[in-house]
Write a protein that binds this ligand. Sequence first.
Ligand SMILES: [Zn+2]
Ligand SMILES: [Zn+2]
Length: 152
Amino acid sequence: MNTIIKNIIKKNKCLPGDVFSFNSNDKTITYIPEEIENENGSLALLHEIAHMKLDHFSYNYDVELLELEHEAWEETRKLAKKYGLKINAEHIKECLDSYDKWIKKRATCPKCGEYSLQRNRNTFGCFVCDCYWKVNEIKDREVRKHILNSKS
Ligand SMILES: [Zn+2]
Ligand SMILES: [Zn+2]
């Protein structure tokens, strides 16, 4: 294993797992062992370190999440420089874009297709047709909508 990566893992509470994630409750990071050897995988690990360093925890609105992600990638760039790891700008852009798309999907009214407002963590409401819907949690990137009630 790359010694830089090895040291990062040793110095922080990092556990092998099947996703890259940061748990703000117990301040642990999970990483995918098979992937940390490649460039994007080591960036993913640094990205989770960035969340930890910035003391990120839960959010209520999707826009907050997007902000946290931008912050974390900014910090990831700094960390990569510090550790002398390669930065794949294209990959970073793709990650942010995928969040952007994910958020737009969640906020699009399942009845009329209008871009709408998030009411709370998992509930959205349409301005146009009064449709309300619930979305699944962040963990699952596949957006599923469940219509709560609708007047039209
Ligand atoms: Zn992140
Ligand atoms: Zn609508």
